[in-house]
Every structure is written in structure tokens, then in C-alpha cells.
Design a protein around this ligand. Structure first.
Ligand SMILES: N[C@@H](CCC(=O)N[C@@H](CS)C(=O)NCC(=O)O)C(=O)O
Length: 245
């Protein structure tokens, strides 16, 4: 049994999708990041970077429980545990790792910063919104060029590189003005057709649909956590104001 600690976020949907793809049983536990639950010592023992997602595999190596934090590391762990969605060796494995690293180093952080500057930054931060819009559009171009020549990010086969990247495209399509404007005209990803083809193909997978539904189960808890959060809670979450380090 896998225990998954999370909230409604693309980094967590990566893991619900992966667990559905590999067919491992799991339980979901909500972490209230607006109340600071990610900073308590018990949580830091399993997630030292004070973030979700984190899993605890009750049946880890040697039968001992194993916590795993960082979504990229969790995907690698689950792929190796089950022998699925990651080639065992060779160039195919290296290629999947390359595109997985593009997700954890570029897609996640840059897409995430753009969400922050669009939704949570105080007024007067046009520079941040513009910088991350430009960077996200650059990354979309990188993904589009790759997917114009390969069915999936890792090559011919669907892999953890796709599982890692797809949830961020899903979230972005509903938030970024340049994507919502295109969606209103019929196709959010019209400017990046290869990404659009790939996004639709992966979204049609039954395991992905189940993973999305389960990831969204965190939404109700998040809505009440968000509603109960005061300005201090947001400052703590964003490391700003009196929580600036
Ligand atoms: N690099 C991390 C990023 C995870 C992340 O940013 N998690 C956010 C929610 S999406 C979080 O837990 N934030 C709480 C905090 O930073 O205090 C991963 O991929 O797992």
C-alpha cells in the first residue's frame, strides 16, 4: 500500500496518474499547506523540502516502509518498483531521463512561477508575469519541436517523462491568458500543434482520467483550507512579509 500526501496541484496529479498507470493501491491524505502543515517536524521527516507530493511505500525495498519525496524521484521510484514506463537501459532510458529532467528543471518551476505572478503577486509585478510568460512560451516551443518528431517525449513509448509533463499542460490551459484566449477560439494549444496532439492522446488514457479524478479529490479540502487562510498564512506559504528569509 502506498500512502500519498498531497493537495490539488499538478505535481500531485503526476503521482495519482502514475499510481493508476502502474496499478498500485494507494490512499490519499490531504496536507493543508495554508495552515503550515508542511513545516511540522513529523512531515519534514518524510518531506525535508516541505512540499507535496510525498509518498510512503509500506512495502519498500526489503519490506521496510520507505518515504520518497520530490515528484520526479517518486515517478522514478514507482517506475523501477513496477518495471513500467521507464526503459530498463540504453539510449531509450537516457532519453526518457532527459525529458523527465526538462520537466523537473524547467516545466515545473517556470510554469509554477508564472502561476504565482499571475495569481498571487501584488499589483505592479508586470516584469515577473512577462518574464515567465516568455519563458513558458519558449518551453512550449521546445516541447512542440520534440513532439513534432516523436510520438512521446521519451520517443516511441509513453513514459514517466509524459506523466510528469502532462498535468502542467492541463493546469496551464485553464490559467494562462494566452492559452485561455486561444481556448475561447477553439484550441488552447493551437500555436503548438504537436503538443496539442500529444496532450489529447495522453488525456484519452483511462488511467490518466482516473488519476485526474483522484487528484481533484484534494480540491474540496484545498478550497476550505484556502478559504480559512488569513494574510499571514499566505505570507508563510510564499515565504514573504514577516516570513521572508
Ligand atoms: N519540486 C517539487 C515541487 C513540489 C511543490 O512545489 N509543491 C507545492 C505544491 S504544488 C508545495 O508543497 N508547496 C508548499 C510549500 O512550498 O510550502 C516536486 O516536484 O515535487
Amino acid at each position: 500500500m502506498i500512502d500519498l500526501y498531497g493537495m490539488s496541484s499538478p505535481n500531485v496529479v503526476k503521482i495519482t496518474v502514475m499510481l493508476e498507470e502502474v496499478g498500485l493501491a494507494y490512499r490519499q491524505h490531504h496536507v493543508n499547506v495554508f495552515a503550515g502543515d508542511q513545516h511540522v517536524s513529523g512531515f519534514l521527516k518524510i518531506s525535508p523540502n516541505n512540499k507535496v507530493p510525498v509518498i510512503v511505500d509500506a512495502d519498500g525495498p526489503g519490506g521496510a516502509p520507505l518515504p520518497v519525496f520530490e515528484s520526479g524521484a517518486i515517478l522514478l521510484y514507482l517506475a523501477e518498483k513496477t518495471g513500467k514506463l521507464l526503459p530498463a537501459s540504453g539510449v531509450a532510458r537516457t532519453t526518457v531521463m532527459e525529458w523527465l529532467m526538462v520537466q523537473v528543471a524547467s516545466v515545473g518551476p517556470m510554469f509554477g512561477q508564472l502561476v504565482h505572478f499571475l495569481r498571487y503577486a501584488p499589483a505592479g509585478n508586470d516584469y515577473g508575469a512577462q518574464r515567465y510568460t516568455s519563458e513558458v512560451r519558449r518551453i512550449l516551443g521546445v516541447l512542440d519541436r520534440r513532439l513534432a518528431t516523436a510520438a512521446f517525449l521519451g520517443g516511441d513509448e509513453y513514459s514517466i517523462a509524459d506523466v510528469a509533463t502532462w498535468p502542467w499542460l492541463r493546469t496551464a490551459s485553464g490559467i494562462y491568458p494566452f492559452l485561455t484566449a486561444a481556448a475561447a477560439k477553439g484550441d488552447a494549444l493551437a500555436e503548438w500543434p504537436a503538443v496539442g496532439r500529444w496532450f489529447a492522446a495522453i488525456g484519452a488514457r483511462p488511467a490518466v482520467a482516473r488519476g485526474v479524478v483522484n487528484g481533484d479529490r484534494f480540491l474540496e479540502d484545498d478550497k476550505s483550507a484556502f478559504g480559512a487562510a488569513d494574510p499571514d498564512a499566505f505570507d508563510r506559504f510564499f515565504n514573504r512579509g514577516k516570513f521572508t528569509r
